[in-house]
Design a protein around this ligand. Structure first.
Ligand code: GUN
Length: 753
């Protein structure tokens, strides 16, 4: 935000001419994103709230919104201006920024909402767009056709069709002015999708999701979530998504987690007129209040009862300020949550504030993906709902694509603890994403050696497990190297080789959560994913002293040690110990390379055959060295991940045995494991910069692999496939394909020529 002087704020600096209309992402958390929209009236940071300004009734002056509240954009109604002669004249002669006395971004609506409330409007499709351009708005809106939730399929299809038909003429009329292309479709999944696909192909700058005001008014939040999920995945990701008429802070976290960038609110003023206060947990009437739900700056020196005594105009203005302050504060929380990687958790918390919001959230997070967790009651709820919903003629399973759209955009592993939040925890998308990666990329050893018919399940306590188990692991590595040891965590079984991997290791919850002895049936089901369901399951409680003795005893009793007496499992020979240690370390590193770099286990085993390790004084691996001393990766303590070195990138680059990508092929539903880290092909202009270690920017990318996702290690190459550098991806294939601004790969190392 620009400098503040005596309660005023500097006017915005126009964006660079070449950037006008571009949108970039500056931070992301799954589908939640912080962005910048470049306009002639400044760079609008998103997610943003655009307060609705009725030019006839100004409850809070737009200038005050800019100066005091730091609001970067507002929305006004061009149809109201067009209809009132005095406003129209002034807007045409002086421009809309002067009419409203607002220096920031001004978006205008077209009169569609008036036609929904009052019936037809008498303005033409091109006429209203031309008018918006003539008064100098930054973002105009075409005259779309409002689709109501009570309309039948045929009526809604007409709204969608008519809106699409009006689009080309509207875009022509807009010329260089940015134009909103609203998505209609009522409650019909396929019509929302069709609307998004067809409108998305046209040259709009922003896509509002329209027709949702009555959905929100009736608290149909599950439908609201469905509308988002049937539209947003089909829109070009490089355009901001605006939730038309959504200004209730209670809906912000869920909306933002599902990809919303812009909101507009008349609610702050409308509710104030009605004596109602907005809060992130619903709406409260001032008539009954003794204390403020949240003590916002504008009411710090007055009580609710004093406000009730005020004259109507003064009271309404104060309550509107209160509502605006509360709304902005919640938006700030959402933005910080994106930076912290906790937007889903915020949505999860807020979902408890309203039964309809909870229903929406449960629908979202318990879609068909998680049957394995056997949330019987929730499953039934979802099934009921599928029958009732208007998407019955389209397979319910189709929502799985939408859910995967969320899951595949999650960064994993992440830093920090994972607070337990009851059953909601196991359906957090980044946790599902981590489980999916484990499922598709981890494999048990192929060695046919002693122990390969059994699995040891260690349960009973939270990590770190290394100290508790390391001695046991050395013995097992020596005596029964075919045995797999899996740790039972509240979010699933974790191979011991990945014992410090986030989020499995970092679930912060009550002791009982870890104390539970797993059910054999459940364990067997999980083992099936790794082809180990035929193995003998041996469980051992990790809590308390003597874990080694307990485990060895259990293994002996179950015939795994096969003739070796329990006492003889001690590794007295230091050579045996060091050999076991080396092989365990290779497994740790190898399994992580398979998981996090999508490499084939056999190939890794060959690579690491003669590898050695630099360890710190606590015995933790710092660097992994190949037989010739080349340092290839370093394990990270913060999230259990691996940091690749330049030499490591060179080694992995040689692994590739599939062609260089030539475009932006969409990810297929089959798992693309073992193909190596995704490649990003950049053009010749970017080549020298990448080689120097500079980030890759959108607009310089020619192609990338379909399996790229945010947070993944990737290799940066030129069109001939030569390695230029390596880094961390900032986006999905669609992001790489469509964005023209912003960082696409955070380069970690450049490879000199
Ligand atoms: N304001 C609230 N909903 C809508 C909508 O669907 N279309 C337009 N143009 N404006 C709106």
């Amino acid at each position: 935000m620009a400098a503040w002087r005596d309660g005023t704020r500097d006017d915005p600096i126009p964006c660079r001419e070449a950037d006008a209309g571009l949108f970039e992402i500056t931070a992301r958390d799954g589908r939640g994103r912080l962005g910048k929209l470049h306009t002639q009236h400044g760079i609008l940071e998103t997610p943003a709230l655009l307060p609705v300004i009725n030019p006839n009734i100004r409850t809070i002056e737009p200038r005050e919104m800019w100066d005091r509240y730091g609001i970067g954009a507002l929305i006004t109604n061009s149809y109201i201006i067009w209809k009132h002669e005095h406003l129209k004249e002034m807007a045409i002669s002086e421009g809309v920024h002067s009419l409203l006395n607002f220096p920031g971004v001004i978006m205008s609506d077209s009169g569609t909402f008036q036609s929904y409330i009052y019936g037809d409007v008498e303005v033409g499709v091109e006429e209203i767009v031309q008018f918006q351009c003539s008064i100098g708005v930054d973002i105009a809106t075409m005259l779309d056709v409002f689709s109501r939730p009570d309309m039948d399929e045929k009526e809604v299809a007409q709204c969608v069709e008519e809106t699409i038909q009006r689009a080309p003429a509207s875009l022509d009329a807009a010329g260089s002015t940015m134009l909103n292309g609203p998505i209609q479709g009522g409650l019909f999944k396929h019509l929302r999708t069709e609307s998004a696909q067809k409108m998305g192909q046209l040259d709009f700058s922003v896509h509002p999701i329209g027709g949702i005001v009555p959905v929100m008014e009736r608290h149909m939040y599950k439908d609201y979530a469905k509308i988002m999920l049937s539209s947003i995945p089909h829109l070009p990701p490089n355009r901001p998504v605006h939730m038309f008429g959504c200004g209730h802070p209670m809906l912000f976290p869920m909306s933002i987690a599902l990809g919303a960038d812009l909101f507009d609110s008349a609610a702050y003023a409308l509710f104030a007129r009605d004596g109602r206060l907005l809060t992130p947990w619903g709406t409260q009437k001032i008539a009954k209040l003794v204390e403020w739900p949240e003590r916002m700056p504008c009411v710090s020196s007055v009580t609710p009862s004093e406000v009730r005594e005020m004259a109507e105009k003064e009271r309404t203005a104060l309550l509107a300020r209160y509502n605006l302050e509360v709304t902005l504060a919640e938006l700030d929380r959402c933005k910080q949550a994106i930076r912290d990687g906790t937007i889903w958790r915020l949505a999860e918390r807020r979902s408890h504030q309203h039964p309809a919001l909870r229903e929406a959230f449960l629908w979202l997070s318990t879609s068909p993906h998680n049957a394995k967790f056997d949330l019987k009651n929730l499953e039934e709820l979802v099934l009921d709902d599928r029958d009732a919903a208007k998407d019955t003629d389209h397979p319910a399973g189709k929502w799985e694509d939408a859910w995967n759209w969320i899951v595949k955009a999650q960064e994993s592993p992440r830093k920090g603890g994972e607070p337990w939040g009851g059953e909601d925890t196991i359906v957090r998308p980044h946790i599902i994403s981590a489980q999916n990666t484990l499922k598709s990329r981890w494999r048990p050893r192929e060695k046919s050696q002693r122990g390969d018919d059994s699995v040891l399940i260690a349960y009973g306590t939270s990590g770190p497990w290394r100290e508790r188990l390391s001695d046991l692991m050395l013995r097992l590595e020596h005596h029964c190297p075919g045995l797999e040891v899996m740790i039972h965590t509240p979010i699933g079984l974790l191979p011991y080789s990945l014992e410090d991997l986030n989020p499995f290791t970092h679930i912060d919850g009550p002791k009982w959560l870890w104390r539970r002895k797993p059910l054999t049936l459940q364990v067997r089901q999980e083992l099936k994913q790794y082809g180990m369901d035929n193995r003998q399951i041996i469980m051992v409680d990790m809590l308390g002293d003597g874990i080694q003795a307990r485990a060895i005893h259990a293994l002996a009793q179950n015939g795994v040690l096969d003739g070796i007496s329990e006492a003889n499992t001690q590794l007295s020979d230091s050579k045996d110990r060091s050999y076991s240690l080396l092989s365990l370390r290779r497994r740790h590193v190898g399994d992580k390379m398979a998981l996090l770099m999508n490499l084939n286990h056999k190939w890794i085993s060959t690579l690491l055959e003669e590898s050695s390790f630099v360890v710190n004084r606590l015995g933790r691996v710092k660097n992994v060295l190949l037989s010739d001393g080349t340092h290839i990766v370093s394990p990270r303590l913060t999230d259990g991940g691996l940091s690749l070195t330049n030499d490591g990138a060179v080694a992995i680059h040689n692994y590739r045995n599939v062609p260089i990508p030539t475009g932006f092929e969409q990810p297929s539903s089959e798992t693309l494991s073992d193909l190596g880290p995704a490649w990003v092909v950049v053009n010749v202009d970017a080549e020298p910069f990448v080689r120097q270690g500079r980030n890759v920017f959108h607009g310089f990318i020619l192609a990338c692999d379909s399996w790229i996702s945010p947070g993944d290690t990737c290799l940066i190459v030129n069109q001939s496939g030569e390695l230029l550098g390596h880094g961390i991806s900032n986006g999905t294939v669609r992001d790489m394909e469509t964005f023209q601004k912003g960082v696409s790969v955070k380069t970690r190392g450049g490879i000199k020529e």
